[in-house]
Each structure stands twice: as structure tokens, then as C-alpha cells.
Design a protein around this ligand. Structure first.
Ligand code: E4P
Length: 211
């Protein structure tokens, strides 16, 4: 499973890109707003740091307006992926952008039927949200398993980005369900090397070396 970083923070991307395990970046309007900069300006910086798919989300609205904004964003760099909302206008925009050869990521997916619509619209990526699914009292693990089944039995090329990752269990569940990608916040990515027994083992070895 590929790992993307889910942030618009340049320092976090700079540090994580040095680890050699991050192959893409996802942003959303909330993450961009936190940085207090224009979407285009943030995306221009990110494409210089990570050589992989960089998702930039358009403002939700009519397909015609989203396509217009998408064309401007797509011109920034070949790695820019247009993130579209899971609405009928978003699906229309997805089909149009796919036909133009522009890569897309349909976001805010919480069901198999939504995933199916996005796959049929030719989405390059779909983003089912794990944390928000659990918050609403549903089982995010089952959502990812079901969407993996959907794409595999029907042979869709669309790649699954497990999103809204809040903890290590989400990563384990996404990986074992067969998700293509997980997009992970910086804090959780950093925790991925940890295990209490690793920490304990390191101390035992360090103490032994001193003797
Ligand atoms: C996905 O691409 C989104 O940016 C993200 O994972 C949303 O996560 P949240 O539920 O923590 O806001």
C-alpha cells in the first residue's frame, strides 16, 4: 500500500519527503485554510517537494465551474490531481476531466454505490473516509473491504485512497483490506515506526552495549 501525506503544511511535507516512503500528497479546503495561503500558491510549493500525485480540491458547485477551476489547477504541474466532491455535479465534472486526460480524486465517499458512480465516471482515485465513518457509528474497515471488492471484481482501474485516517489501526485495516493507498496525517505517519516492544528492546540492547 502506498503512503500519501494528508496535509498542506510545507514543513511537514519537507520533513516527511526525506523519509523516502511518501509518494503523494492530499489536501482539502480545511487543510489549505489552516495554512492561510491561496490554494494555487500552496500547490505550487508542494509539487516542488514530492514527485507524485498531489490532490488539489476545487470549490463545490456546478460542474462547469469546477471544470473551469480544475483546468487552472491542472496547468500548475502534471502531477496535480483534481479533487472533486461526491455530488452529481462532481461526477459530471469527473467524466469531463477524465475525457480531457486530467486525473481526478472523488472525495467524501462513504458507500459502495458512491464509489461505483465515481469509478464509472472514470475517477483516477476515490477517497473513502475512515475516521468520519467511525465517528458516525459505522465500521470503516468494512467500507474499505467492500470498496476493494467492488473495484477488484469489476476490474476498475480506479485506485482507492483510504482517507480520514486518525490512528494506526486505520492504517492496518486499510492495508489488510487491500487499499491501494492510505493518505495519512503527519502525526500518524511518524507513529508508524513505533511499537512499545521496539522501544523496550532498544533499551535492553543499549544497556547491554554499555556493559
Ligand atoms: C482526504 O483526502 C482528506 O483530506 C482527509 O483525509 C480528511 O480527513 P479528516 O476527516 O481528518 O478531515
Amino acid at each position: 500500500m502506498k503512503l500519501f501525506i494528508d496535509t498542506a503544511n510545507i514543513s511537514e511535507i519537507e520533513e516527511a519527503s526525506k523519509w523516502g516512503v511518501v509518494s503523494g500528497v492530499t489536501t482539502n479546503p480545511s487543510l489549505i485554510a489552516k495554512e492561510g495561503q491561496k490554494l494555487e500558491d500552496v500547490i505550487k510549493k508542494i509539487v516542488e517537494l514530492v514527485d507524485g500525485p498531489i490532490s488539489a480540491e476545487v470549490d463545490e458547485g456546478l460542474a462547469v465551474d469546477m471544470v473551469k477551476q480544475a483546468k487552472v489547477l491542472a496547468k500548475i504541474h502534471k502531477n496535480v490531481v483534481i479533487k472533486l466532491p461526491m455530488t452529481m455535479e462532481g461526477i459530471k465534472a469527473c467524466r469531463e476531466l477524465t475525457d480531457l486526460g486530467i486525473h481526478t480524486n472523488v472525495t467524501l465517499i462513504f458507500s459502495v454505490h458512491q464509489a461505483l458512480m465515481a469509478c464509472e465516471a472514470g475517477a483516477t482515485y476515490i477517497s473513502p473516509f475512515m475516521g468520519r465513518m467511525d465517528d458516525a457509528g459505522f465500521k470503516s474497515k468494512e467500507l474499505i473491504e467492500d470498496i476493494v471488492t467492488l473495484t477488484s471484481i469489476h476490474g476498475y482501474d480506479t485506485q482507492i485512497i483510504s482517507a480520514s485516517i486518525r490512528n494506526l489501526q486505520h492504517i492496518n485495516d486499510a492495508a489488510l483490506a487491500g487499499s491501494d493507498i492510505a493518505t495519512v496525517p503527519f502525526k500518524v505517519l511518524k507513529q508508524m515506526v513505533n511499537h512499545p516492544l521496539t522501544t523496550a528492546g532498544l533499551k535492553i540492547f543499549a544497556d547491554a552495549s554499555k556493559k
